[in-house]
Design a protein around this ligand. Structure first.
Ligand SMILES: Nc1ncnc2c1ncn2[C@@H]1O[C@H](COP(=O)(O)OP(=O)(O)OP(=O)(O)O)[C@@H](O)[C@H]1O
Ligand SMILES: [Mg+2]
Length: 235
């Protein structure tokens, strides 16, 4: 299926919806305490990878320096979304064959760069949770305003849950047509159980009013971060 991708100066409802999510993240990032954001979902094919790519484009369009890290070693997708190769990526850095700065690739958007997965590892979960993976990201973190992590579904594997520990917040992507509320609740609980902050839910594949086709993002709900923190702390 053709990829849906937002473009610069795109005034479609879809592009506008991404800009709204961007505004939310910009507000939460005022003190630079919300830089690393992980996107995941309860099930497969809900749109994590497309939403991550488009959100990265929307942030970059506003002048932020953005790095997208493809963490789905089982089904990497970002290189295809951006039309670049995946011959080398984070795996080669972890294997000591490449330097991180040499494998980060440019995209058509000058403020947006991409770290693809590279070769398939036999043990994806162990890699994402490994000290070395975290150190690799820490090494370059200061160079970016936002780092978005595209991950496998949280309901299927533990990669997303493991990786969530090193990020500042998680956005859940839910495809309306496939939505299983229990699955979404379960994913949310799994993450909250290990102390992960859910920033919000992006609803994807919502039918548009005017036509029969599907829009990327219809709505998003961002929890009020400071309030929920206070509640967790005091009540
Ligand atoms: N809003 C949308 N409207 C129509 N098609 C969409 C929409 N969002 C995603 N798709 C399509 O749905 C498929 C799955 O999207 P995507 O790969 O982004 O999902 P994913 O959650 O990352 O999947 P996976 O679980 O395989 O990682 C792709 O073919 C993509 O082009
Ligand atoms: Mg994906």
């Amino acid at each position: 299926m053709a990829e849906h991708k937002i473009r610069k100066h795109d005034s479609s409802p879809v592009a506008e919806a991404y800009r709204k999510v961007r505004t939310n993240l910009q507000f939460m990032n005022i003190d630079n305490d919300l830089k690393k954001v992980l996107l995941t979902s309860a099930g497969p094919s809900e749109g994590k990878s497309s939403v991550t790519g488009n959100l990265g484009l929307a942030l970059a369009e506003a002048g932020h320096k953005v790095l997208i890290v493809d963490c789905d070693f089982r089904k990497p997708k970002q290189h295809r979304f951006f039309g670049v190769s995946n011959i080398v990526g984070s795996m080669e850095v972890l294997l000591g064959e490449e330097l991180i700065r040499d494998v980060i690739q440019k995209t058509e958007e000058e403020n947006l760069v991409l770290l693809t997965t590279g070769q398939k590892p036999p043990n994806p979960s162990e890699i994402l949770g490994s000290k070395r993976f975290i150190e690799m990201i820490n090494e370059i973190e200061a160079e970016y305003d936002f780092i978005l992590f595209d991950t496998p579904p949280v309901g299927m594997v533990t990669d997303a849950a493991v990786l969530s520990r090193m990020t500042d917040g998680v956005i859940l992507v839910a495809a309306v047509e496939q939505e299983d509320v229990r699955g979404l609740e379960h994913a949310k609980m799994q993450l909250e159980d290990i102390g992960i902050q859910i920033l919000g839910v992006i609803l994807n594949k919502v039918p548009m009013d005017e036509g029969g086709y599907y829009g990327y993002v219809y709505n998003h709900y961002y929890g009020e971060r400071s309030k929920s923190r206070r509640r967790n702390g005091n009540d």
